[in-house]
Every structure is written in C-alpha cells, then in structure tokens.
Ligand binder design. Sequence first.
Ligand code: PLP
Length: 527
Amino acid sequence: MHTPLTEIYLDCNATTPLLPAAREAALQAMQAQFGNPSSSHCTGLRARALVDDVRARASRLLGVGAGRLLFVSGATEGIQTAVLSALCALRERRDAGERVEGPLLVGATEHKAVPQSLAHWNRVLGLNLPVVEVPVDCHGLHDMAFLRAHVATAGLLCTMAANNETGVVSDIAGIEAALVACGSRALWLVDCVQALGKLDLNLQASRIDYAPFSGHKLYAPKGIGMLYVREGSPFTPLMVGGGQEAGQRSGTENMSGIAALGAVLEALEAGHGEKAAVFRSTAFLQQARLRLADALLQAFPGLVFNMPFEGSLPTTLNFSVPGLSSKALLNLFDAAGMRISAGSACSAAKAEPSFVLCAMGLPAWQAEGAARLSVGALTDDTMIDEACARILRCGEALQHTNNAAPVLPFSPMPAAPCPADHDMTLTASSLPAFLQSHPHALLVDVREAFEHAVGQHTLPWPAQALCNVPLARLGQHLPAWLDEGRRPLVFFCRSGGRSLQAVQALRAHGHGQAWHLAGGLALAEMA
Ligand code: PLP
C-alpha cells in the first residue's frame, strides 16, 4: 500500500511555514479587522490599532528607540529603501560641494539583494562611486584589517548580521568599533534577515543606520518585512503615493501580513523560559544541530562541514560530500522526503559553485558540492529523530547503489521528428486515467538509483508496473524498448526535467509510445 512520506522541511533559511498563531491572526485581520488603517471610521480605527500595536511590539523587541520602523514588503524592499536613502544623502553631500569619492563597501558574502541594489542605485542616481568588496576569512568573518583600511573614507558600508548559506554570525561589535575608531562617516546597513529570532538585537544601542527584516524567514507569510532606520539617519522613500507609514512608504498596508508578523513577534517576546514557549532556545537548537551533524557524518563518509560550529547560527549546517554534487545531495534528500537546499535558494536552479564558500576560500569541490540544511526555531525532538533516521537511510541507499553497472553514454540521435511537447506529457491529474486505459504501461523512474532506493516505498504506483532506469543509463535499455514495440512507457522523476529529456530521446529514436509526467513527483505527491 502507498504510504505518503511526511515532508521534513529542512530549508528554513530559504523560507518557513506559517506559525499557526500567525495564520489565525492573518485570517482575523482579513475577516474581522479588514479595515483600511487610513480610514477614520471605527473599522479603520480598529485596523490602525492593529498596525500600531504590532509596530510597538516590534520596536520593543528590536530596541528601535527613537528610530523609525517601517512595514515593507520584505527584506529586498527594505534593502532598496536603505540603499536609496544612503546614496541620495551622498549625492546631496556631493551636490553641496563636498568631496564624496569614497567607496561603497559591501561584504563579499552578502545576499545578492545588497550588491545588486548598490550597483543599481549607484548607476541610476549617477553617483558611479567605486563599489568595493570586503573580503572574508576562511570562517566567513569580515577581514577587519581590510575594513579598517577602507572604512574611514567609505560612503556606505553593507554587512550582514548572519549569513544565509553558512549561518556565520558577523562580528558586528568589532565592525562598529572599527567604524567608531576612525571616526568614519559611512552609513551602515546591516542585513538582519537571518538574525531575527535567533540573535538578540538592541538597535538603538548600536551605530547601525539601517536594518532590514523579513517575515517569511520566521514563520510569518511572504510579503511582509520591516526596515529600521536610526534616528537622524538619512531617509528617502522608495514608494510615494497615498502617504501611508507617515509618508515613508506609500501603499495600503499589508494588514494580514502585519497581523501575522505580530503573532510571531508576540511568541518571540514570550521567550523560551516558560512552558508555553513557542520558539526553541539556543541550547535546544544547538543540541539538535549536533545530532543532525552526527547523523550526516555517520551516513556520508568523508563529509566536511563548510562553516564553523562556533560563531554560527545554531539552525544552519552547510556541508559537502566528496564525489557528490550538491544537486545529487538535494535529489537524494528530496527522495527521502527531506527538503534541503543546494547552496542558496536563489541560485538553487543554477549549477554554479556557492559564491559565499568561494569567498571563504574553500576548495572548489566544497564550493561546488555544498548543501545547506537549516531548521527553524519551531523544530522538536520528534522531527530531529525522524530526520536523523532518514539521513542514515540516505547513506545506506547511496552505499547500496554505488555498485550499480557502469554507465554507457546515451546519445540521442534524432531518427524521427519529435512531436510537440504537449503530445508527450501527462500530468498528476491525467495520469490515473491514462494508466487505466493503458494497463500494460511501464512507469520508468529516471532518477538516480540511490534516489529510487530511498523513496521507492512511497511511490504512488504499484511496484509491478515500475522500474528504475537512471537517465544516464537509458541507452542500455533503448534496444529492448524499441524491440518491445508498442509498450507504453511513462517516465517520471522529481521535477519533470529529467523525464522530459528521456521522453524526447525515446521519441527521437522513433518510439511512439513514450510519455512523461510533467511536474514530476513533486506535483504528483501533492495531488
Ligand atoms: N537577505 C538575506 C540574508 C536573506 O536570506 C534574504 C532571503 O533570502 C533576503 C535578504 C531577501 O529577503 P526577502 O525574501 O524578504 O526579500
């Protein structure tokens, strides 16, 4: 019988699910408190009270003091607003006759949103100041000697509180000391996205000018974030219009997002000490990470971690396994129902080495083969137990399938024109009817043998109608399939990418009865 595999979500640095209380708060805001906070009737006043309440809570929690705290759509918007504000101020200083030539400094391991915004606004505003990367050492920490040498004349400094790929926590106090020691006038942006809920923040006590946050990294929905701006730091709105957020960020407020974020902040404010605590303590998360790390080391001989355990977020593991690409690791974990990430989520679609690990000077194989496992602050022992068990199963599947027959190269030689893609395509909803009308159809899993081995018990189809022929071994089976003539073949894989290649190759060789499952197991499991 088909037993669906429960998903173990281990990609919380990319995004998190919703906190149940956040979902409730969002629904409440859409139903009972649906008003526009700019309206002066009672419905509007109730909505306004909600916005004020969440802002007050966030301000307490982050130590905003007399600074501003704006609701924005997410960290990318917060970063744009901060960069625009800083660069407009530099341009004003230059227009007023001041010499503004210093570099715009940006940490080498920043999320792409930061260097891309810098390059964009530097160009759009016609400033054309030099953008200089601050290198990091092999532990991912900023090169303080480099920083001290360049920060005195810098116009803007962009660093992150914690890195999204490695979890490395920056030495924010050390950077601040370097800024203060030389009397630098540089504006300072600290990307606090991965720090929220994981590190203690008291922004008013620091020299930080701008700090963006994102709700969806901490169990609130996508589309809501915050930007802190220090009292007196330059500010230019990115969006103007109806004058919401005191004219600092126009556009009707994302009320359900704000309400949901409020519920998350409430849980954070409650802390870890009490029985009712929602989020786990650092000590619990550190212990959980150690257990996961042990399971990984046991499952994958030769595995190395790409980040220091000291001085990194207790929720993040970044590792490489000799001889395995990050794509292979992601596929293997995915087949076992565990969602991890190959490098950063944004670059997961591209097979490029991690620029973060390259900047840390790690060997090429580590940067090319890196995988990231990140748990969230809601994790519990049951989930960690199950994740460790599955990690061990992944290791076993890999060992047992490593002795598979050598791969013969398969070169698709088009013998017949391919039909249009849609003629070769089945979907999760059309497949059952297809299998009923083609009872002899053979389902061919074109994933690697280790992926098939670890996930075959959970496939939603009977085993007798199913076989595993990894894409690279298709050529070995082609003569038999062509001989068999008309037996319908349905190729499938995780996402539909490899199965599409398979069906195209079969059709090109003149096999007229080949289909593939568009969207792959990912959508079939959902259906
Ligand atoms: N900064 C860091 C460190 C991140 O991890 C992310 C998200 O991946 C962002 C910025 C962008 O956040 P958002 O998705 O809210 O725009």
